[in-house]
Design a protein around this ligand. Structure first.
Ligand code: SAM
Length: 367
């Protein structure tokens, strides 16, 4: 879906809404596992670095938290609760009693076409915070200056604001003919994806630098590729590409449609993320962890073609429908995709395929 904000045009790619069998709410276990295995690191960082009493003394006793790219389902509530527990623990350790407790306000952000109705209906009944939905792209401004104390964004920053222009331009060297993503050999296409990601991260960080209060913290989980790893997502993307090409060969969709389709996501190298944060200069990296090092099981045990296919469907069905305009072919795409993924995951006992993901805890560089 394409929209305009000011002069900047951007696209939004919502996850499947509702709570049905193909919904993101029902098919986001991998993301939940990522939040789970990193929660103690985020919690400890907040306890160590967030000076809650100083915020209260210098403004009011309201602490504001925002989850950017919250989608639908329980993952966002889980992450928010972890942050709140950490803020409460810190505030108690600074001498504040539970009775004169803080007021907490939580903002759930996603694109306007996210299924906010389902999200807001499923808010925890015993929540200890005031909740608000904030629609809009996190690549631009969402909040007033110096108003948010803790930002989180999990599994969202790899979604690009748009498919890189050059890869759909037939006259460009980076035209991604016949492919829907890229491999290491496709240097020009990879460079176009990487450049778009850099641009998006830059606008994300510039906006957050204005909105975060001095001394505030941002926790980010980004599904990036560890330095000693092959790209697991590339394997899934290749499987999807093979399915689409075979469907075009059978005449179910056109080859032209496949040629002009590209996934609007980019899995950066973990070092690339660090370099972009450092180059931006507005934040200091306080912690960075590779998720696979926190798992106590190996990638091959975690991969199951059925789950993998359902999670891909929850995330990418909207993008595929929007491009191919044929609702009726979705079942066929994902039946074939699951088969291809089952074949492809035979690769994963190779230990150089590792779980994607990095946790970055960052603070204002000047705070
Ligand atoms: C895979 S979901 C992650 C949801 C949740 N954070 C979790 O960890 O389960 C990614 C979400 O990011 C949202 N998103 C992607 N780009 C965005 C943008 N520019 N602004 C706001 N939300 C965005 C998508 O709409 C989607 O709901």
């Amino acid at each position: 879906m394409e929209s305009k904000k000011g002069t900047q045009s951007y696209e939004s790619f919502p996850m499947n809404g509702g709570e049905g069998q193909y919904s993101y709410a029902q098919n986001s276990n991998s993301q939940r596992t990522g939040a789970d295995i990193t929660k103690h690191i985020s919690r400890d960082a907040i306890i160590e670095m967030l000076d809650v009493e100083s915020f209260v003394q210098h403004s009011s006793n309201v602490i504001r938290i925002a989850d950017l790219g919250c989608s639908v389902g329980l993952n966002t509530f889980f992450t928010i609760q972890n942050i709140i527990d950490a803020v409460n623990l810190k505030s108690q350790s600074q001498g504040r009693h539970v009775l004169d407790s803080l007021e907490l306000q939580v903002f759930f952000n996603d694109h306007a076409d996210n299924d906010f109705n389902t999200l807001l209906k499923s808010l925890p009944k015993e929540k200890q915070y005031y909740a608000a939905a904030v629609p809009g792209t996190f690549h631009g401004r969402l909040f007033p200056e110096s108003s948010i104390h803790v930002f989180n964004s999990s599994y969202a920053l790899h979604w690009l604001s748009r498919v890189p222009k050059d890869i759909v331009d037939k006259n460009s060297d980076a035209y991604n003919y016949g492919r829907i993503y890229f491999t290491n050999e496709d240097k020009k296409v990879a460079a176009a994806y990487s450049a778009q990601f850099a641009k998006d991260i830059e606008s994300f960080l510039n906006s957050r630098a204005l909105e975060l209060v001095p001394g505030g913290i941002m926790t980010l989980i980004i599904p990036c590729v560890p330095p000693d790893s092959k790209n697991v997502f590339e394997v899934a993307a290749n499987s999807m590409e093979n399915v689409l090409v075979e469907m075009a060969n059978k005449g179910l969709i056109s080859h032209e449609q496949v040629d002009s389709f590209n996934l609007p996501v980019y899995m950066p190298a973990s070092e690339e993320v660090k370099e972009l944060i450092e180059k931006n200069g507005k934040f200091k990296i306080e912690r960075s962890e590779l998720l696979y090092q926190l798992y106590d099981f190996k990638i091959q045990q975690a991969v199951d073609a059925r789950n993998g296919s359902m999670e891909m469907r929850a995330a990418f069905e909207g993008v595929l429908k929007n491009h191919f305009k044929e609702e009726g072919i979705m079942d066929e795409i994902f039946i074939q995709f699951e088969k291809k993924l089952a074949e492809a995951t035979l690769l994963f006992p190779d230990p150089s395929y590792r779980q994607l993901g990095g946790l970055f805890v960052i603070k204002h560089a000047l705070a």
